[in-house]
Design a protein around this ligand. Structure first.
Ligand code: ATP
Ligand code: PRP
Length: 215
């Protein structure tokens, strides 16, 4: 775990691969941190950067909070959807980077069921879904999926889904409609608690630089 950090007196920044990385790279460039390769294209996992000993690791979205909580990365960039679903709390969340904006929504085929059977909801976000329905006082059965949630109501796996919606094109393409807005989502900067103490000056300087370029 400490191998990357021992070699580095700089920071290790863990970024979600995929769409967040694409929006995070211009932000990182805006604060002077440019990787020496394209983390989305390369098979390499650790990238040196233009900022001293600072390194970028590009990893799966759901793994970013784990890397940061365990101190394998000092800083992470991850979607609020992933952070809400994560069980630990071993990091600070000092800035909303305002990238990869979307909404977590309840969606379905538009019909409301009127029998007494418990509603079944398919989602990649069981924790958020259970909280949402518990607050409404509605008992639901939650089915965990890892992708293609939109298929679930079409094949009778679930009555509704809880999933991310941006343009609404994916719902529309599958004959589904957004029914309830659960929470707005953007990507956040997260910081390991020990790193915040040990590398305080370096991290607060970086936070200030991000804050200065975020609208
Ligand atoms: P993996 O490929 O590792 O399974 P994933 O499919 O969740 O992860 P992405 O689709 O790149 O990876 O999504 C990563 C993050 O991007 C999500 O956690 C969310 O914060 C954000 N995101 C997902 N879908 C959208 C969208 N349609 N519009 C804007 N942001 C989105
Ligand atoms: C996300 C989300 C929706 C879609 C919503 O999927 O799970 O399926 O984006 O975006 P839209 O409202 O603009 O159509 P993504 O493209 O990340 O694919 P995956 O998670 O199924 O891999």
């Amino acid at each position: 775990m400490d191998q990357v950090r021992e070699r580095s007196s700089g920071l290790v920044i863990a970024v979600s691969k995929g769409r967040i990385l694409q929006e995070a790279l211009p932000l990182l460039a805006g604060v002077g941190i440019v990787p020496n390769g394209d983390p989305d294209e390369s098979r390499k996992l650790i990238f040196e950067t233009t900022e001293g000993q600072t390194k970028i690791v590009a990893i799966r979205a759901v793994d970013v909070p784990t890397f940061v909580e365990y101190g394998a990365a000092d800083i992470g960039i991850a979607g609020k959807d992933v952070l809400l679903e994560y069980e630990g709390d071993g990091f600070y969340e000092p800035i909303d980077l305002k990238i990869s904006a979307c909404r977590l929504m309840l969606a379905g085929r538009g019909r409301v069921r009127n029998d007494s059977r418990r509603l079944r909801i398919a989602t990649k976000y069981p924790k958020v879904t259970r909280h949402y329905f518990a607050r409404k006082g509605v008992q639901v059965e939650v089915v965990k999926l890892y992708g293609s949630m939109e298929l679930a109501p079409l094949v009778g796996l679930a009555d509704y889904i809880v999933d991310l919606v941006d343009t609404g094109n994916t719902l529309k393409a599958n004959g589904l409609v957004a029914m309830e807005h659960i929470v707005d989502i953007t990507s956040r900067l997260i910081v390991n608690k020990a790193s915040m103490k040990i590398k305080h000056a370096q991290i607060t300087d970086l936070i200030d630089r991000f804050s200065a370029i975020i609208g």
